[in-house]
Design a protein around this ligand. Sequence first.
Ligand SMILES: Nc1ncnc2c1ncn2[C@@H]1O[C@H](COP(=O)(O)OP(=O)(O)OP(=O)(O)O)[C@@H](O)[C@H]1O
Ligand SMILES: [Mg+2]
Length: 267
Amino acid sequence: MANQKGGVGKTTTAVNLAACVAAVGRRVLLFDLDPQANATSGLGLEKVEGASAYRPLLGEGSLVDKIQNTVFERLEIIPSEVDLCGLDIELARAENHLHQVRRVLQPVVASGRYDLVMVDCPPSLGVLTLNALAAADGVVVPLQCEYYALEGISMLNRIMSQLHDNSVNAALELVGVVMTMFDGRTNLSQQVVGEVREHFGERVFETVIPRSTRLAEAPSFGKPIIHYDKHSSGAAAYELLAQELLARLDKKAGAEVVAEQTSVHVP
Ligand SMILES: Nc1ncnc2c1ncn2[C@@H]1O[C@H](COP(=O)(O)OP(=O)(O)OP(=O)(O)O)[C@@H](O)[C@H]1O
Ligand SMILES: [Mg+2]
């Protein structure tokens, strides 16, 4: 989940999508890479000193040891805490500084323990977000239904092309754009969704996340919406979004398998 704009729904989307994907039977790891640690508290974990990916990212110890269970089945987390805020500067000095998230995640991915690893990024295009983009197969961009929504995504798009063109991560794709905090009573919300769809076409998920008090209060109970208020409009929306996401990811994985199989026949 990335968007350098603050407060657009990255964490809400990360926590709730992760929970919905786990609820339909996939094994999910949520990697909280934001020093604010909102995803960590949103899943009911305390911020504990030394529990984050800080040391592994600096080459000390293994990321696997930082993985924690949540009370939700098939959903595990690498928590964050405030020490991650110094990491941008320290990583910037390190060699290969864009590839540290990829490096620490490699054994986790290779273990086959998870069907999906999601990273919740901080609201900047700093070293932490760039590291996440350098490690990811795909980006999901939450956009708030507000007037300046498109401004954020043009910068992110530019960064993604640069990562592509400089071979930092040639595999990186825009998996989808999620419109968040939609308010059906205002023309503005409708207009913004229309404009974003014009720009990004099918990349925009059909499912739009409504503005809902239940979604905003769920994190204070340490619960994703499907466990806090299963019958709310927010829960229904994130359940649908999870289906859409999985359909896109499964299609992408299928296409990659086919490409690998056909490449065997290419001399
Ligand atoms: N659909 C929604 N309806 C109502 N409130 C929402 C919704 N989505 C998010 N919020 C609230 O808006 C605020 C910002 O959301 P969130 O923390 O998910 O954004 P973010 O992009 O992760 O922020 P940051 O950039 O600070 O990490 C939070 O208080 C959250 O509870
Ligand atoms: Mg956040």
